[in-house]
Design a protein around this ligand. Structure first.
Ligand code: AMP
Ligand code: ZN
Ligand code: FE
Ligand code: FE
Length: 296
């Protein structure tokens, strides 16, 4: 099979196994239609999306990496509470230790949902867990985005953004914290499953005052980090260039993806983000050269 080396790749995609709105088969079909040459399904705290895609069968025009995106707790010496996500690529999806740890994280998310509903009820909003389950139907994992979708359906808010900004985001009245793994633990789990740990969308990190991003990268690399997601739709060209420079200086892989979530993030298209976004194919080759577990 001759792959199109000028085509783009998308190594950050969410499926219905977490909070994306397309199932793994729909993602494979869409990637094929858009002529994307390589993808990874990177669901929050689960590899079920990747597993399902593999069991369906990857179209011959497409290359595929298993993936996961683990939410981790901030490193106390470098970060304030913010969004800190570690991606894992080319992981052995049957690794028992990783699967057990992911189950713990999934349980934490599941146990949090009724607490969020209770907060919303205390704020005078009429919503039950049963309604959420009825409206969302069969999905692997329910989280805040699903609750937000039900709030739209019930006319409580007009958009996902409004639901987060008014109620569900960190610091808002219906926010409930949940258990997260340590960065070192998440990295160890990914390495233990034969995978490649990568820092996701670094622009979302909240560095403590006086702390430097590159020092954080050095600390994470000492834990086993192997790459930085430099290409991301919300990164400015300057930010992308800076992340690439830091990755090169520290001998780390460079990755990229759109964080496609289907209609949950309607402005973001698979492979092309808001339109002119592009992740070059040669990054995929460097990642697979690094790992003999890249499939196909
Ligand atoms: P949860 O897994 O329940 O903590 O939900 C986290 C997910 O919600 C994130 O990964 C995003 O996909 C989504 N999310 C977080 N903040 C926002 C926001 N402001 N607007 C839309 N979606 C968001
Ligand atoms: Zn998400
Ligand atoms: Fe993320
Ligand atoms: Fe993501």
């Amino acid at each position: 099979m001759e792959y199109n080396h000028h085509a783009n790749i998308d190594l950050h995609i969410h499926s219905t196994a977490s909070d994306g709105t397309l199932s793994p088969i729909e993602i494979l079909n869409q990637a094929e239609k858009l002529k994307i040459s390589a993808i990874a399904i990177t669901d929050h705290d689960t590899i079920n999306g990747s597993k399902e895609a593999l069991s369906i069968g990857i179209p011959s025009s497409l290359q595929f990496l298993t993936g996961v995106e683990i939410s981790v707790s901030p490193l106390p010496s470098y970060l304030d509470s913010g969004t800190f996500h570690v991606l894992g690529y080319a992981i052995g999806s049957d690794d028992a230790t990783l699967n057990r740890a992911l189950d713990t994280l999934k349980t934490a998310r599941k146990n949090r949902n009724p607490k969020i509903i209770k907060r919303l009820n205390d704020l005078g909003i009429n919503l039950t867990m049963t309604e959420v389950l009825d409206i969302i139907g069969e999905v692997d994992q329910i989280g805040r985005p699903h609750i937000a979708r039900v709030m739209i359906k019930k006319g409580i808010v007009k958009s996902i953004d409004e639901a987060f900004q008014k109620y569900l985001a960190v610091g808002k009245p219906a926010y409930v914290d949940k258990y997260r793994a340590d960065a070192a633990k998440a990295i160890e789990l990914i390495l233990g499953a034969g995978g490649i740990p990568v820092l996701a969308h670094p622009y979302l990190l909240q560095l403590k005052k006086g702390k430097h991003f590159e020092d954080l990268i050095v600390a994470l690399k000492a834990m086993g980090l192997r790459g930085i997601e430099a290409y991301y739709p919300d990164h400015s060209p300057d930010q992308t260039a800076e992340y690439i420079k830091i990755a090169n200086r520290n001998d780390l892989l460079i990755t990229g993806g759109t964080d496609f979530h289907g209609s949950l993030k309607p402005k973001i298209q698979m492979g092309s983000g808001t339109g002119d976004f592009f992740v070059p194919y040669d990054l995929y080759e460097k990642i697979t050269a690094f790992s003999n577990m890249g499939t196909k």
